[in-house]
Design a protein around this ligand. Structure first.
Ligand SMILES: [Fe+2]
Length: 260
């Protein structure tokens, strides 16, 4: 589940070159209009997006047909303990324990109830427990980095986790992702699934990251940044972050895979 990159024999661009490309696109007004409020699928500073973004219209699928082979879930399968990523092993994971909570809302601010919210993330050192992540940071034997829960009757989700570290990737030389948690909202069936990333406030890597910057409207991309909330912080236990997910309307949360 790490971010992928296309292979190339050419020397990789530097961060300065990527940053210049990001700035040039911003100056050209790439962020103006509704298109800038969702991730650009062909955003040149994010190199692999050029090769693997859709170039043709989407196919319509028969929702009943796709149910025969797509993943499904039943609410009885979700154990409340799955929302606590710090209790999945015998010992305590290393890092800043954090509560991440918020509401899932529709475009009119109404709660979206009993929805499956799934997350996956790197550990405190920025390492995924994944075969494709081989960079030399420590694996935490007490942290897998996946969790899920259902929203409650008021649309609230809540996870207890470890704040992930930033990690390197191979988009360009010395490329680092800001710390983030991947979120999936399942919907009623797989064809409605939405995927996005939540970031932590004040990250110095925002300006440098072509994935974050692929949402070219600065106001829209800030919707992906949680805010520190001292009312969520728990004494002697965990820091607290609040992040709402809005599915439609003018304040919609940017999501991957359906942008302009
Ligand atoms: Fe990631």
């Amino acid at each position: 589940m790490t971010d992928t990159v296309a292979s190339s024999d050419a020397a990789p661009p530097t961060q300065a070159e990527i940053t210049a490309e990001i700035s040039a696109l911003a100056r050209e007004g790439a962020g103006s209009g509704a298109a800038g409020q969702q991730p650009r699928l062909d955003y040149p500073p994010y190199r692999s997006s050029l090769l693997r973004h859709p170039t043709q219209g989407f196919h319509s699928v028969n929702p009943e047909g796709i149910d025969l082979w797509a993943p499904v879930f039943g609410d009885r399968d979700v154990d409340p303990l799955e929302a606590d990523l710090t209790v999945q092993h015998r010992g305590e994971p290393i890092g800043e324990r954090a509560v991440v909570t918020g509401r899932l809302l529709d475009g009119d601010g109404r709660p979206v109830r009993h929805q499956l919210v799934e997350i996956w993330q790197a550990n405190a050192s920025g390492r995924y427990l994944h075969q494709r992540d081989q960079h030399p940071a420590a694996i935490d034997p007490n942290f897998t980095g996946v969790g899920r829960c259902l929203t409650d009757a008021d649309g609230w989700y809540s996870f207890t986790t470890i704040k992930p570290g930033p990690y390197p990737w191979r988009n360009h030389r010395n490329a680092w992702r800001p710390a983030h948690i991947h979120f999936s909202i399942f919907g009623r069936e797989l064809t409605q699934r939405l995927v996005t990333q939540m970031y932590f406030p004040g990250d110095p890597l925002f300006e440098l990251d072509p994935i974050y910057q692929a949402i070219t409207d600065p106001v829209a991309r800030e919707r992906l940044v949680a805010r520190y909330d001292h009312d969520v912080t728990q004494p002697e236990w965990a820091t607290g972050y609040r992040w709402d997910i809005v599915l439609a309307g003018g304040h919609r949360t940017p999501t991957e895979g359906d942008g302009a």
